[in-house]
Design a protein. Structure first.
Length: 605
């Protein structure tokens, strides 16, 4: 009889245990263990990983992660998956784009690979960083469960310190992209539910005493002459007066921040050249703590609202924008630097100074590149449509994703708006949930505007979302000419509303299909889409409290819930088709409108 391993008794018991997943849902990989990584050495683990889809969570039930590496022919038990051999998948990727059979797969999938470890120093700390994994990512090292992360578009960190062997270790991730009512987003979205580890996966090592976070901003007092710096550290240093030294050589600035319980802040006088779309000036910042050293490239600017005006460095601006998803016909939700450069090139061709990164946190390269190129960004968490607003666990998930987004990007000058959601019905539960998110955003970042994409009250034809009073800036999704038939209501909306703060049109647009069998007139025709843009542009120009527009959307994008004869799984509102090359007439109409705005000092002349 073959010798059985310690797992054998589990093979039968696990068939009767429907609570099997509870021990693996700690959500302990969250914003609290994020690590500042600017300027750090990073060891890429991108490449081929062993892979298996696992629809019924057999891997968790049978504890595949505890199996030891053994040649298949020496296995002593008939396990249903061997983490150490099998087919492979490239990381980063979305499994839907790898095989036809996986296109609509929703569930768990296992990633496994070996990693050779040699310590660089006795006290080093070792972290696994994943740029994003959709949606729930459970991390195991050498058969030990470290924890899991909820949220499909913010980074996660799992610490391996003290759990590594010299030489070969095994890293395993179980990623589950199931859609459920209590997740953020929940089970119904108008974008494709990709799955997998779709951004970089890497090892980051630090000294024993490390800088956990570094946050700099221009004190938002309209003086433009003080920089606020917050630092957070961890680990003992042999000094009675632990401190962090921050320097910005180009400003001839070097300051010492004294620490109490690992944290410290300082405000220093400085007169940096201000960051703006026209002059996106960035400064190299260096922070040193004991043996640790991190850097960042930071722009200093002030964004604020004054009445119905949006002010950048004290000057009124109009946000000439476009909305974008992360989506690609070949790569799914994987973003490459070339893809980003093309996105921003098309935005510049549209004469944009602004983009709405819908409906979730985009790749960190996107906000870094926007910093360099001088584009203003609306960043957003996927509190989208009918979120389970009554559920405290759902709130914790949404709040964690918001804090992760803010902590990752709050040194990015390009990001001017944190959006706490999109198109949620105005109920008491939703108001409480999102007003709390607004407070959290302000607590973690005192120098950006907080907004949300709200719905218009069509019965009253006015802007009266109760969340608006909590926001600095009101986003409105309006589709007059498409979902809402009567265009004159758009003008009446302006007369009926007269809000006391700036409003941006966070979405407007229409589908226009230009592929094989495209209609020549009527709904879904390119000509109808162009007519909607002509009228939107004409009407919005008359609504003087509108201070920005980000039409929906730059590129056509994949979505399961659109299957009519013109859509076939794609949302066709893109100004450019899903080849990311072919422009529709409406692209040129918007570019022309924005060119006129760009040449005029103010939008409503
Ligand atoms: C909504 C929603 C978008 C969606 C768009 C559409 O406003 O916010 O996510 O894709 O409308 O219907 O095309």
């Amino acid at each position: 009889m073959l010798e059985r391993s310690h797992l054998a008794e589990n093979a039968i018991n696990c068939l009767h245990d429907e609570q099997y997943d509870l021990p693996f849902n700690l959500q302990n990989l969250n914003h609290r263990n994020m690590l500042f990584i600017g300027g750090r050495q990073r060891e890429s683990l991108n490449g081929d990983w062993n892979f298996a889809v696992d629809l019924l969570d057999t891997g968790l039930r049978q504890r595949w992660y505890q199996m030891q590496p053994t040649p298949a022919e020496q296995r002593t038990e008939p396990w249903d998956y061997d983490p150490y051999v099998g087919e492979t998948i490239p990381v980063p990727s979305c499994w839907q784009m790898q095989k036809k059979e996986w296109y609509f797969f929703e569930g768990s999938a296992w990633y496994t690979r070996a990693w050779e470890y040699q310590p660089n120093s006795a006290d080093e700390r070792v972290f696994l960083r994943i740029g994003a994994a959709q949606y729930d990512c459970k991390v195991f090292i050498n058969g030990e469960f470290i924890g899991n992360h909820y949220g499909g578009s913010t980074p996660l960190f799992a610490e391996f310190t003290g759990k590594l062997r010299i030489g070969r270790n095994w890293i395993m991730c179980c990623v589950n992209n199931s859609r459920t009512l209590d997740r953020v987003p929940m089970r119904n979205t108008d974008w494709f539910n990709y799955g997998g580890i779709y951004r970089d996966i890497e090892i980051v090592r630090t000294p024993g005493a490390l800088i956990r976070d570094l946050h700099l901003y221009l004190v938002p007092n309209r003086q433009y002459n003080q920089i606020h710096i917050d630092v957070e550290t961890e680990g003992e240093v042999d000094s009675d007066h632990p401190q962090v030294v921050v320097s910005i050589a180009e400003l001839n600035l070097r300051c010492t921040i004294m620490l109490t319980a690992g944290k410290g802040s300082i405000e220093i006088n400085a007169e940096p050249e201000l960051w703006s779309p026209e002059r996106p000036k960035l400064y190299t910042v260096v922070a040193e703590f004991a043996q640790d050293r991190v850097t960042d490239r930071v722009g200093f600017r002030q964004i604020e609202v004054n009445g119905t005006e949006i002010l950048l460095n004290g000057t009124s601006i109009f946000l000439r924008g476009i909305s974008v998803h992360e989506d690609d016909v070949a790569l799914g939700k994987v973003v490459t630097m070339d893809d980003l450069k093309r996105r921003f090139h098309h935005a510049k061709q549209l004469n944009c100074n602004y983009l709405r990164f819908a409906h979730y946190t985009h790749h960190e390269w996107a906000t870094q590149l926007a910093d360099e190129l001088g584009l203003l960004i609306w960043a957003e968490i996927p509190v989208y449509w009918a979120i389970d607003f009554q559920n405290p666990a759902t709130y914790r998930d949404a709040e964690n994703q918001l804090i992760e987004m803010i902590k990752r990007d709050r040194n990015r000058a390009s990001v001017i708006i944190w959006s706490v959601g999109n198109e949620n019905a105005d109920t008491d539960a939703r108001l409480g949930f999102m007003a709390e998110l607004v407070n959290t955003a302000r607590r973690y970042d005192p120098c950006r505007l907080v907004s949300a994409a709200c719905l218009v009250n069509h019965a009253q034809n006015r802007i009266e979302d109760r969340l608006a009073e909590h926001l600095d800036l009101i986003g409105i999704n309006e589709y007059y000419g498409w979902y809402e038939e009567n265009f004159d209501d758009l003008l009446a909306l302006g007369e009926n509303s007269n809000p006391s703060k700036p409003v941006v049109i966070s979405e407007t647009g229409a589908d226009g299909f230009i592929g094989e069998g495209a209609p020549t007139s009527g709904l879904f025709s390119e000509s109808y889409m162009s007519e909607v843009y002509r009228k939107q542009i004409d009407y919005l120009a008359k609504m003087d409290y509108i201070k920005g527009i980000s039409p929906w959307i730059l590129y056509e994008f994949r979505v399961e819930r659109r299957q009519n004869v013109f859509q076939r799984g794609w949302n066709r509102k893109g100004l450019i088709a899903n080849d990311k090359v072919t422009k529709k007439q409406a692209f040129h109409l918007l570019a022309e409108f924005y060119a006129k705005l760009k040449s005029r000092s103010s939008y409503h002349e």
